[in-house]
Structure formats: structure tokens, C-alpha cells
Design a protein around this ligand. Structure first.
Ligand code: ATP
Length: 238
């Protein structure tokens, strides 16, 4: 297993018209791709399809050559696909430490679990200091770190994040993005990062894929996208 991910002709709808139209792109093992596009472009739908919560009407998704087909969300998690969904989902009634251990349940036993949790504390200093605090006592930034830490502790092969920067202060976003980049490089994870904070996402991603009303309208190196003024004006709003 190495984390090569490909979407081919992926068409997804919610009963009526498709919201993703024959979406095709791929991520090499260890690559970080920013998934960009305005509100309603279909970013969340694509991530939910990868996670197994929504099924395509045509096309599919392959991980290391294996079609994910109709594998359940749990089977996908066992194959090493982890998500940080929109909204900093952590269990508010559990402590930081308990939340992290929950994330480690899938993939680790005993000693390996302790190591994985300790590594997350190394990455996120503020979480280490707050390990006994309940989820509801955390700031927005701390909660987002915990949501990311909980995904990382399972040592995923593929990590997806849905708008992790939403509502966070610029300094917190910068720290979060830098940590994500370090963790991805350390573990060789393949990362798909959906963001409306385009500058931040392109500053750490290798490539960017731009969705517009469910169509891929650009797929290029992050630096090329950041330099393409016409594309930025047309689809990314800056
Ligand atoms: P946002 O940044 O607002 O989350 P997005 O790029 O993630 O946008 P999606 O949330 O995937 O886009 O939405 C794509 C389209 O699908 C939108 O037109 C949305 O209204 C529609 N949609 C999303 N979820 C559902 C649903 N559960 N039922 C019906 N339509 C939906």
C-alpha cells in the first residue's frame, strides 16, 4: 500500500441533477493536493464520496489500483483513509487525551498507540498542555488541532480535510498549515485539502485542482495556479 488515489469520471448527485460531473484527477503517493472552488462547487461532496457516505452514479475512486466501489465508511477507514470533516468535530464531553485515543483505536494496539499519541503531542504543543481539558473547553484553534491530531493518530495513508481554516485567526491558520505540511512529509501521507483559503492551501500544497459547479476547470502545480491571474479572477475570487 502506498496511497495512490485516483478519481475517474466521478459523477455524483443527490437525487436530481449531478453536483459532480465526470471528475477525473489523481494524487501520487505522498502528494498534497489543494481542492479549490467557490461555495457549492462540490468539494464537500467529493470528500464525502471518498469517505463512502455518498455513492457515485458513474465513475469511481481507486486507492492503490483497488476500486473502492461500495466499501463502507468503516472499511475505507481500515484501508487508511481518514478525514477531518468541516466543523472541527471533536467529542466535547471527552478530554483531549480521550479524543486522541479514540482516533487511535482503528489502527493501533498497546505500545504503538502510546507512540502515536505521543507523536501528536510533539506536533501540537498546545494540545500537550491541554491534555486533560474537555473538548468543550478548547478554543476554536485548539479544537481544529485536536480534530487533525485525531485523524493523524490513526496514521492514515490518505488524509482529507474540509475547510480546516474556516473561522480561525490567520496566525492559527499558519500554524495549522505548517503542522499539516510537516506531518504529511514525515509520514508520507497523501493529502487532499479542500479550502476556500486559497493562499494558505496553495502555500503548502504540491498541486491544486479547481472545481467549478462540479467540473474540474484546472489541475496544475500550486505555484502555477497562484500565478495565473485570469484563473484566479474567474474561479477563485481574487
Ligand atoms: P461549501 O464550501 O459550501 O461546503 P462545496 O464546494 O463543499 O461548498 P458541496 O457542499 O459539495 O460544495 O455542494 C455542492 C452542491 O450540492 C451544492 O449545490 C449543494 O447545494 C448541493 N448539496 C450538498 N449536499 C446536499 C444534500 N445533502 N442534498 C442535496 N443537495 C446537496
Amino acid at each position: 500500500m502506498s496511497g495512490a488515489l485516483s478519481f475517474h469520471g466521478l459523477t455524483v448527485g443527490y437525487g436530481g441533477e449531478p453536483v459532480l460531473h465526470e471528475v477525473t484527477f489523481s494524487l501520487a503517493p505522498g502528494e498534497m493536493v489543494a481542492l479549490l472552488g467557490a461555495n457549492g462547487a462540490g468539494k464537500t461532496t467529493l470528500l464525502r464520496t471518498l469517505a463512502g457516505f455518498v455513492h457515485p452514479t458513474a465513475g469511481g475512486i481507486r486507492l492503490d489500483g483497488e476500486d473502492l466501489g461500495r466499501l463502507s465508511p468503516e472499511q475505507r477507514a481500515r484501508r487508511g483513509i481518514a478525514q477531518v470533516p468541516e466543523g472541527r468535530s471533536v467529542v466535547a464531553e471527552l478530554t483531549v487525551d480521550e479524543n486522541l485515543r479514540l482516533g487511535a483505536l482503528w489502527r493501533h494496539r498497546g505500545r504503538a498507540r502510546e507512540t502515536a499519541v505521543a507523536e501528536v503531542y510533539d506536533l501540537f504543543e498546545p494540545l500537550a498542555r491541554r491534555r486533560s481539558a474537555d473538548g468543550h473547553q478548547l478554543s476554536g484553534g485548539e479544537r481544529q488541532m485536536l480534530a487533525l491530531g485525531r485523524a493523524l493518530v490513526s496514521r492514515p495513508q490518505v488524509l482529507t480535510l474540509d475547510e480546516p481554516s474556516l473561522g480561525l485567526a490567520p496566525l492559527v491558520v499558519a500554524h495549522l498549515m505548517a503542522t499539516l505540511r510537516d506531518a504529511a512529509a514525515r509520514d508520507g501521507m497523501t493529502v487532499l485539502l479542500a479550502e476556500q483559503n486559497i493562499t494558505s492551501a496553495l502555500s503548502i500544497a504540491d498541486r491544486g485542482v479547481v472545481l467549478d459547479l462540479g467540473h474540474v476547470v484546472a489541475d496544475a502545480a500550486a505555484s502555477a495556479l497562484a500565478d495565473d491571474a485570469a484563473l484566479r479572477h474567474a474561479y477563485l475570487g481574487f
